[in-house]
Design a protein around this ligand. Structure first.
Ligand code: OAD
Length: 247
């Protein structure tokens, strides 16, 4: 049983416009790697500039393709955990609920969350590195980087790499929802990658209550109205239970 502050439960009961921003920590209990956790995070094992930049893809497209193919296989084999499921249920509890994610794994959608805003794209589809056409499926021959049927350019994962802009419609929707919310959750994210990380501060500036859920402290913790330390797979269902019990 998790003890939640009474004030947080009051805020939940009265909240009308709610935004949740998630990061890799939310999928950790589904068995997927985070990025910055010591030992187990991807960036503890690999250099981001070798795998997650346009220059890396230009230098060695096969290496980058293989890494994302491995992550796609892992994501497809993973199942949503109780944290994803709790967030899916939250969608129907408030006047508006906007789910923003930096994750590319598709687990929020598979948990039943409607209208997920994917700030860093999706690992499940690709686009042409030359002509930018998007594809949901593609022809792959023995693991080689596939080619665009339209222009024969190389296909790349449809994700945001370091040095690239976020999809503008997704970012605008995220900003609009953040500026209008009265409660903002930052969940399972180290809060180190901008512009996603700036959203929590924007919510605070607009007077929202900020709730952080994270296994460890982050730069955001000191600013949070409520900082809950623990796993999102436990804390999010506990928050839902407290919400239902208070109504
Ligand atoms: P990080 O790996 O930077 O942060 C994950 C956070 O989740 C950490 O603060 C952990 O303490 C926390 N965490 C781990 N397990 C948890 C659990 N079970 N419950 C709650 N919290 C947990 O991942 P992100 O913040 O998502 O971008 O990283 C942001 C971006 O940096 C990613 O989208 C990716 C990465 O490089 C690109 O690849 C462009």
């Amino acid at each position: 049983m998790t003890d939640l502050p009474n004030q947080l439960i009051d805020t939940l009961r009265t909240a009308r416009h709610v935004v949740a921003l998630t990061g890799a920590g939310v999928s950790q209990e589904s068995g997927l790697n985070t990025f910055r956790d010591a030992q187990v995070g991807f960036w503890a094992q690999y250099r981001p500039e070798d795998l997650a930049t346009p220059q890396a893809f230009e230098r060695d497209p096969q290496l980058v393709w293989d890494w994302y193919a491995m992550r796609r296989t892992q994501a497809r084999a993973a199942a949503p955990n109780p944290g994803h499921l709790a967030l899916a249920e939250m969608a129907s509890l408030f006047k508006s609920f906007t789910l923003l994610t930096q994750n590319v794994d598709g687990l929020h959608q598979r948990a039943g969350s409607p209208a997920v805003i994917e700030l860093h794209g999706s690992i499940q589809n690709v686009r042409c590195a030359s002509c930018s056409l998007h594809y949901d499926s593609w022809q792959e021959t023995s693991g080689e980087v596939p080619h665009c049927p339209a222009c024969a350019g190389l296909l790349r994962p449809n994700v945001v790499w370091f040095g690239e802009s976020l999809p503008s419609a997704a970012l605008q929707s995220a900003l609009d929802a953040t500026q209008a919310c009265d409660l903002f959750f930052s969940i399972g994210t180290s809060g180190l990658v901008h512009p996603a990380a700036s959203l929590a501060y924007a919510a605070l500036e607009h007077g929202a209550c900020l709730v952080e859920i994270n296994a460890t402290e982050t730069p955001l913790t000191a600013h949070a109205t409520h900082a809950l330390t623990g796993s999102s797979g436990q804390l999010l269902p506990a928050i839902l239970n407290a919400y239902h019990a208070a109504r």
